[in-house]
Design a protein around this ligand. Structure first.
Ligand code: TYD
Length: 202
């Protein structure tokens, strides 16, 4: 099973992923955990270029191609071999982030993004995508990281959200929409229940 996690900035995705990892460990279930862009030596180098706040001249096309390049390396090196061995792969962001950020928010369009990514994916398409369904949080700007994407406008991040919603509607049920609860444990329970229901977890 190939499970991806998606969401806007500052919605608690990382917390929920860490909790899920703990749950799987405690219940004796193995999985391969990766994040995008990154998780291979080359993909992490590409990540540094993409997110460097000094790269203000980067064109939208370059950005989309770099995300796809980082993805191609991760698929070839880690995801495809793991899936071929029958392992569960859990990936923090994937193709739907490219469609939402580069396709919708940067305005490149969904077709362009899907086209360039078809070379990267090697048919490694997610079985289930958990979407943390919350508009981008105003609080994300106060994080210390402040990378090139986080510095984008409120309007940009609102478009990202709209892009994810459009992706979910076109996903033929691949998306699981999780509205976060105030209590992070309650949110986690929703995620675990949804993944179990779809046979992605025991
Ligand atoms: P990261 O620090 O991993 O963000 P988060 O913790 O919110 O997941 O940085 C990844 C950034 O890259 C994030 O702003 C989303 C963006 N992104 C894209 O624009 N396109 C993509 O294809 C991917 C995978 C990420």
């Amino acid at each position: 099973m190939f499970v991806t996690f998606e969401g806007c900035e500052g919605v608690g995705k990382s917390t929920q992923l860490a909790m899920l990892k703990e749950y799987l460990k405690n219940t004796g279930q193995d999985a391969v955990y990766v994040r995008e862009p990154g998780s291979t030596e080359i993909s992490e180098k590409i990540r540094a270029i993409i997110l460097d706040p000094e790269n203000t001249e980067m064109s939208a096309e370059t950005e989309a191609l770099l995300y796809a390049a980082a993805r191609a390396q991760l698929v070839k090196e880690v995801i495809r071999p793991a899936l071929d061995e029958g392992k569960t792969v859990i990936c923090d962001r994937y193709i739907d982030s490219s469609v939402a950020y580069q396709g919708y928010a940067r305005g490149l369009g969904r077709d362009f993004v899907e086209k360039i990514n078809c070379y990267a994916l090697e048919n490694a398409t997610p079985d289930v995508t958990v979407f943390i369904d919350l508009r981008p949080s105003a609080s994300f700007r106060s994080t210390s990281r402040n990378d090139r994407m986080e510095r984008e406008s409120r309007d940009f991040h609102d478009k990202v959200y709209e892009g994810f919603i459009a992706q979910s509607e076109a996903s033929n049920g691949r998306f699981v929409m999780i509205k976060p609860e105030k209590d992070k444990n309650a949110t986690q329970k929703k995620i675990v229940d949804a993944l179990r229901e779809r046979g992605a977890l025991k």
